[in-house]
Design a protein. Structure first.
Length: 397
């Protein structure tokens, strides 16, 4: 090539092909990055994992999430400046609804955390309406959120009317509507109660009716069969809702009994919601104090908190497995250094998440979160100084 020759330049088709290849490479890289980000934010990548509130003491309580088999990877997922009162998790683990404290009112507002995008959406306008809203519970299919709502009557009280706060009522929030329309479960203002819980199939909602004159458990059926009542009432003085069986046809709940010496203890009853009948599940005359109970997903077994009052006495409540048909009770998790409570099965029924509270004499007496693998009897510490555990993902990764 002489000094006057010019270098050859690519033809237009060749340049176009090069640009097309470069553009395609950028698109592929962007798509790969999008998939990587989606996978990194997908809650199911954690596998078996638990959500809980922390710290129990010494700080502002927020929601944390930890994989059961890698608890050192725990991370905070809400950042409420004034703390989270309680929360609920959707059945698929994609959403966490939580009650966030508002200042200076001290009221709670319901918010929704998308675990895939980390987007936070405010679900209610309770502070504006002078209401306190908390205890969100997802219907298993995710279309409805049940929660507690109290009218505080702040404006009326400031004006000197001194009417006090209203009663706790159950409200429903439509999760399929972008406006998140909300309404009372029943228009009757005397329809009061707290602690809502759904059946596994989502057809039934139970809550505790806090009417002092006639306390008990309300069972609200959204899809009653022919001839079946929509609303059923089960008398109980203990103050909690109990737990529905997986098919929603039975309810195990605690009630009070008075012994001959005047002492008051708790035992368990079992209600047949179809026949609207109920009887004793554990014997009120036995030397026992039974409180919370949960059905195993197979519907044939129940885990219960028990403390014996005879020579088998333990300082704290221990966990036992009861066979519904035979009423036989066997120890599941007994350790006199702890009291056990606030537990739940995963969907398969091979894991139990629970809260353990170390009793006096130990260096640290703050509550702890543990997971118990029933087949292997393996007990795994998930978090310390933490409480209120719920399954985020109840399956192995």
């Amino acid at each position: 090539m002489t000094s006057t020759d010019q270098p050859e330049t690519p033809s237009k088709p060749a340049r176009r092909r090069a640009l097309d290849i470069a553009a395609f490479g950028v698109i592929v890289a962007a798509f790969a990055l999008m998939l990587l980000l989606a996978e990194s934010t997908n809650p199911r990548r954690l596998g078996l994992s638990v959500a809980y509130l922390a710290p129990a003491y010494g700080g502002v309580q927020n929601v944390w999430v930890a994989p059961v088999n890698a608890p050192q990877e725990a991370r905070q997922v809400t950042f409420a400046a004034y703390g989270v009162y309680d929360f609920g998790v959707s059945a698929d683990g994609r959403f966490i609804a939580y009650a966030e404290r508002q200042e200076p009112s001290g009221l709670h507002e319901l918010k929704l955390l998308n675990m895939e995008t980390r987007q936070i959406t405010q679900l209610t306008q309770c502070e504006r309406d002078e209401a306190d809203c908390r205890t969100p519970r997802f219907r298993p299919n995710g279309d409805v959120l049940a929660y507690e709502r109290v009218n505080t009557n702040l404006s009326l009280n400031r004006s000197g009317m001194n009417v006090g706060m209203g009663a706790i009522r159950i409200w429903l929030l439509d999760m399929t509507d972008p406006a998140y329309y909300t309404r009372p479960l029943a228009e009757d203002s005397q329809f009061v109660g707290h602690s809502p819980e759904w059946s596994v199939d989502g057809s039934t909602l139970v809550f505790y009716a806090s009417d002092l004159a006639n306390p008990g458990i309300m069972v609200y059926n959204f899809a009653p069969r022919e001839g079946e009542r929509t609303l059923k009432f089960i008398p109980s003085q203990y103050g909690t809702t109990g737990t529905l069986s997986p098919n929603g046809q039975q309810l195990v709940f605690p009630d009070l009994t008075r012994r001959d010496d005047g002492s008051i203890y708790t035992y368990l009853r079992l209600a047949d919601l179809g026949a609207l009948s109920f009887g004793d599940l554990t014997n009120p005359a036995d030397p026992i104090d039974d409180t919370t109970a949960k059905f195993h997903p197979n519907g044939q077994q129940i885990v219960l908190e028990r403390r014996y009052t005879d020579d088998r006495y333990t300082r704290g409540y221990q966990l036992y497995m009861l066979d519904v048909a035979s009423r036989e009770v066997t120890p599941l998790l007994v350790d006199d250094r702890y009291t056990h409570g606030f537990f739940a099965f995963n969907a398969v029924g091979d894991w139990l998440v629970l809260q353990r509270f170390p009793l006096g004499g130990q260096a640290d007496t703050s509550p702890e979160i543990w997971a118990y693998h029933l087949p292997s009897q393996r007990l795994q510490l998930v978090a310390t100084n933490a409480f209120h555990p719920r399954w985020l993902i109840g399956e192995e990764g």
